[in-house]
Design a protein around this ligand. Structure first.
Ligand code: XIL
Length: 438
């Protein structure tokens, strides 16, 4: 039987402060005697087809950041002891647990990664990494050097933002998802302007110039990463978030805030994949990545787009970001989307998983654990049934305190608390018996 070891269970239980325990939860005694060890291969706790019993409500899809969690009670505790003296070396490793299914990834920022304890926890738990911000165009593009170089078609890049992160991966045998090459966000406006101008009256560079800038940007990133850290990046998010049905672009494409669309036109995605294929190492997988992929119009537009690029031979996978709520999307909608994407034959990766929980009561933490467990149960079944080639699950952040979702108020979306203790969500990912599936 798979379950956490004693120490891990105690730590999960210790998270429940003030002695307030939820009956039936893992800390409630029955698991204290369990001496199970991680046995590597997940063992089903439930049988195929069990989802048909799931009680779900169909509802409108939320916006990306919407929280759909209705707190039932005021929060009962906030941890005040921030002292970290070590990580728990006894807890099972998620990447080890799921190794026969998919890699388990972490999105992290450089500051967090270089914290010794967080680094140790990452080494223990993950075998894939994504830079939270450090490999995005606004981190790599060097405007001064670009202007000094004096060519309209080729930017100059710097890699000090991500060098140490790539080296960490080399040193610890962790693979990296390259995130992200072509995105409307976190790409400076000057990159799209004649003479790289950042003045208010700047004018767009021509389509031809922008195509060359795009090709050179992709080439330079790939050349640097692949020669300096060979074999580390195994997947590239070539284009991020190009679909936004209703935004006015052709075929459901994002237009209003996409300077890529506005300068090049709707074929910018195809061109990005063409260039990426040209310069990528042959073993590197090329992904289209987006959020709210389970919304029907968006799913359809994404499928049309990726099928076109697949026919051109330039795409290997679809990334489903999966910034989700506690009850929306329904797992049925989510699963259906994975299945439909799976039908393309492309790889599927869950690239940015987090659950937008805005309460830190122990009851809600347990419900969050259940949601994580059901998600992984779903992923497992889809793989077991050959319905989707899911190759990676990445969580978007290590601790609740580090989550990007806190920009909208405090959230508790992840697997570890601020002192790096496991939450029920962690045990849900491990399919622990102490976390209810429903
Ligand atoms: C987020 C980062 O986590 C934040 O630190 C940053 O301020 C904004 O971007 N979709 C993506 C990620 O593809 O790159 C985003 O990351 C989250 C949404």
């Amino acid at each position: 039987m798979l379950s956490g070891n004693k120490n891990g269970i105690r730590r999960a239980a210790a998270w429940m402060l003030l002695g307030v325990m939820v009956c039936g939860f893992i800390g409630c005694g029955q698991k204290e005697d369990t001496d199970g060890k991680n046995e590597g291969t997940p063992e089903a706790q439930v049988t195929k087809g069990a989802e048909s019993d799931v009680q779900v409500t169909q509802g409108a899809e939320p916006e990306q950041d919407a929280t759909d969690t209705a707190p039932t009670e005021p929060a009962k505790e906030v941890r005040t002891d921030f002292y970290i003296s070590s990580i728990d070396e006894e807890i099972p490793s998620m990447s080890e647990y799921w190794k026969d299914y998919f890699s388990i990834g972490i999105a992290i920022t450089k500051g967090e990664l270089l914290n010794d304890f967080k680094g140790d926890l990452i080494k223990q738990q993950f075998n894939s990494m994504t830079c939270g911000n450090e490999m995005k165009p606004d981190a790599l593009l060097d405007r001064e050097a670009t202007k000094s170089a004096g060519t309209e078609t080729c930017p100059v890049l710097k890699f000090d933002s991500c060098d140490e992160m790539l080296q960490f991966c080399v040193d610890n045998n962790i693979k990296m998802r390259g995130h992200t090459l072509v995105w409307h966000s976190q790409t400076p406006d000057w990159f799209f302007m004649e003479e790289y101008s950042n003045k208010p009256d700047a004018v767009f560079a021509s389509r031809e110039v922008m195509l060359q800038r795009m090709e050179n940007y992709i080439r330079l990133v790939m050349e640097y990463v692949n020669t300096t850290y060979p074999g580390v990046v195994y997947a590239w998010d070539v284009v991020n978030e190009a679909i936004a049905p209703g935004d006015g672009g052709e075929d459901g494409m994002r237009m209003s805030d996409s300077l890529w669309y506005q300068t090049i036109g709707p074929d910018f995605v195809e061109k990005a994949f063409e260039y990426a294929r040209k310069y990528a190492d042959p073993e590197q997988k090329l992904f289209y990545n987006d959020f709210n992929t389970y919304e029907a119009p968006k799913r359809i537009a994404i499928l049309n787009l990726v099928n076109k690029i697949k026919d051109q031979g330039n795409i290997d996978g679809i990334g489903m970001q999966s910034h989700i709520g506690m009850s929306s999307p329904t797992l049925l909608d989510y699963e259906e989307t994975i299945r439909k994407f799976g039908e393309t034959g492309l790889e599927i990766q869950i690239t940015e998983l987090d659950i937008n929980l805005d309460s830190n009561t122990e009851e809600d933490f347990l419900k969050e654990g259940t949601r994580y467990k059901r998600l992984f149960f779903t992923f497992k079944n889809l793989v077991d049934n050959g319905e989707a080639n899911i190759t990676n699950i990445t969580v978007w952040g290590l601790t609740d305190e580090g989550s990007w979702l806190n920009k909208d108020g405090k959230r508790y979306p992840l697997l570890f608390n601020q002192v790096l203790e496991t939450k029920p969500a962690f045990w849900g990912v491990l399919m622990d018996d102490g976390i209810p599936l429903y």
